[in-house]
Structures are given as C-alpha cells and as structure tokens.
Design a protein. Structure first.
Length: 398
C-alpha cells in the first residue's frame, strides 16, 4: 500500500494525521484527568475512594501525554510560521490566541476549583461569590491555598513561553539555524533516534522533582528540560524530511519498545501496589521504563498518524477548533460535577460515567456558545470566524 498519507507529505501541505493526533491527545488528556479522581495519587476531587488498578492504567499515558501535546504544538507552530508573513506577525497572533484565554481562564474559569478545594480540605464556609470577590484576587493564601492560580492552564502559560523562545531562535542567522538543523538530523535521523532521547529523558528526570512537575514556571527545571525540547522537536519535524523518514522507518519498533516500557511499569506497580514507595534499587528501573515509554509512544503515534490518519473528514475542522476550548473548561466542569455528586452514592463506575457525560456536554456547550458570540471567541482561544468571512460576499465579484 502506497503511503500517500505519510508524514513525508510536502512541507506546505496540511497534515491531517497531525490534526487527528492532536484531537485524540486532548481527549485522552481529559479522560486521564477524570480517571485521576479515582487514584491514590492525591487530587482536588471529592470522588469516593480509590479504585484499584486505575493508577496502573493511567501510567500507560502519563509519561508521554503532555510531551506529545508540546511536540504537536511545535509542529503546528512551524506550520503557522510557514503561512505567516514574518516572525512578528506569528508571535502577535500566538499571544492573542494563548495569553488572552490564559488571563480569562485565571480570572473566570479556574476560580471554582480552589473554592471547592478550600471547602473540602480546609473547612472554608464562604459562598462562591464571597470567595471570588473577597479572597481570590488578593494574591494571598485562603486557608493555606494560594490564589489566584492557573492550575491546569499551566500548559497554556508554558506554551506561550516556549513560543517566545522559538521566535527568539528564529532571529538567529540562517547559517546558524541551518547548522543546528543539520546537526540534529545527523545525530537523530539514524540508529540513535530511539535510544538517545530515551537516555536524555531518563537523565533530565533525575533533576528536581523527577517525573513530578511543579507547574510553577520558574521552579520547574525538569519539566522545562523535558517539554521545551519536545516543542522544538515538533518544530524541526515539520521542516526535516530526514526525521520524518526516521519515524516512517522506526515507528513499528517504537510501538514494541513502548509496550516493553509499559510492561516494566506494570510489573513494578504489581510488586509495590497502591501508595507503596518503590525501593531505591527499583526506582531507576521504573524511571527508565517511563522514559522508554515516554519517547517510544510519541514516535509510534507520529508514525501511526502519518501512515493511517492523514485524511480529511467533514468533522475534522470543527474538532480541531474545539479541542482548545474543551481543554480550557474541562477541569472546572468535572471538579464541579464531582463535588455535586458527593451526596448521591453512585459508586465509582456511576460517578465516572456521570463525570464523563457532564464534562462532555459542558465542553460542547462552552465551545458552541463561545464560537457563535464574536466577543467571546478570543476569550476561549478561537480566532476570527472563518465561516462568517465566507458568508460575506466579495464586492469585486458581486
């Protein structure tokens, strides 16, 4: 079968496989967050108890879910740079699409989450209106909980910073950028394509908090050392036939090594289940398995997207537009729904199904409402309404 839909499509062509991968990554992230409510890892949730084995299931996603999103964001950024007229235009566009919803999210979307946490964890008794008007915006601790906060919107803040780094790098002389590109291709586009990034991830996660991110921007060294290179890898991937070919050749091997990495993770967790700490002699093996899964899964998913998913469908454009608003609102929805479910006694399965349904309905309503009201579009991360522009007749052709 000819791979007409492979990652090696012409550089200026839209890669539909990457669109579908982005959609799938955000959907998995939302399901991951809901599943987190049933694990022993600790989370801002009123869900009843811990469901055995959910943490092991989620460990199949946790080593790569965020780095995949940063890599896809880098690939999309490179594609946007191809279409924009200069780095300055690109940067202003990205600031509008990222900073505006970030600020809106901190001020409007996020506050219910620390309010629920304050009521559950600290005995806070004030109403939401009292919390919002008297406590949230004062840059203080409310019963030990710091506010205001960006909570899950840290991803947007980091992506905004990495976009700034990319724009700064784009100002380097063309000869310097070309040498860096050739150097990375020479190192990665061969037998080191799988093992070298795995070793890199293993080493950097020995820094700071290991595989636990702080999401505090200025105090998150291991996360930046992980996610910024992933973002820049995505940028390079858009522009490098050599790396695209490396993925085409090795994604099936990566699928196998990802399975091996996850198998080691499962074995470690079966030996030391629940909240039991891994012994010092086992921890390096566990971290190496997460690094192996973390990189191999990304390579495998890029390969699958290029081989099987690079085709359009009528719903694709709407889903691509919708996933960012979904991300902005999803965590507030399921935390609020989980708090409301406290007194119903539905059990774990009932709670999970209701949380998925409530979050899905809320995300769709949030997107559809914001999409149709022009002043709300930039607040939820949407650009100008192309449908409206398409409906306006061109005077030159009227």
């Amino acid at each position: 079968m000819q791979e007409t839909g492979s990652l090696t499509s012409p550089p200026q062509a839209r890669h539909y496989g990457m669109d579908w991968l982005r959609i799938a990554a955000f959907v998995l992230l939302i399901l991951y967050h809901i599943g987190f409510m049933f694990t022993p890892w600790g989370y801002q949730t009123p869900s009843r108890g811990v469901v055995e084995g959910v943490d092991v299931l989620l460990l199949a996603l946790s080593p790569w879910r965020l780095s995949l999103l940063f890599a896809i964001s880098g690939y999309s950024s490179a594609a946007m740079l191809e279409r924009r007229q200069g780095v300055g235009v690109f940067f202003r566009s990205r600031v509008t699409r990222l900073a505006v919803p970030l600020i809106f999210g901190i001020l409007v979307i996020v506050p219910p989450q620390p309010w629920v946490g304050a009521m559950r964890d600290t005995g806070y008794t004030g109403s939401y209106l009292t919390f919002l008007t008297n406590d949230y915006s004062l840059f203080q601790n409310v019963n030990g909980i710091p506010v205001p906060r960006w909570i899950h919107l840290w991803f947007v803040a980091y992506l905004l910073v990495y976009t700034g780094v990319l724009c700064a790098l784009m100002q380097l002389p063309e000869t310097v950028k070309s040498r860096f590109k050739r150097g990375f291709e020479w190192v990665l586009a061969g037998p080191l394509f799988l093992p070298l990034p795995v070793a890199f991830l293993f080493c950097i996660r020995l820094l700071g908090n290991g595989w636990t991110d702080t999401h505090q921007l200025v105090d998150d060294l291991a996360a930046h050392a992980h996610y910024l290179p992933m973002f820049l890898f995505g940028v390079l991937l858009r522009q490098s036939p050599a790396l695209l070919e490396a993925i085409r050749r090795q994604w099936r091997i990566a699928l196998v090594t990802a399975a091996i990495g996850y198998g080691v993770i499962v074995a470690c967790k079966m030996a030391f289940p629940g909240e039991a700490l891994l012994p010092a002699r086992i921890e390096p093996l566990f971290s190496a398995a997460k690094a192996l899964l973390g990189w191999s899964a990304i390579v495998a998913l890029f390969g699958i997207a290029g081989r099987y998913w690079n085709h359009d469908a009528p719903i694709r454009a709407a889903l691509v537009e919708a996933v960012f608003p979904f991300y902005i609102i999803h965590q507030t929805l399921y935390i609020g729904a989980g708090w409301w479910l406290n007194d119903f006694g539905l059990g774990a399965l009932g709670e999970f199904l209701v949380l998925v349904a409530a979050t899905s309905i809320g995300c769709v309503a949030f997107y559809l409402l914001g999409r149709e009201i022009a002043p709300l579009r930039p607040l939820i991360g949407l650009g100008p309404d192309r449908r409206q522009r398409a409906r306006v007749p061109n005077p030159a052709t009227a």
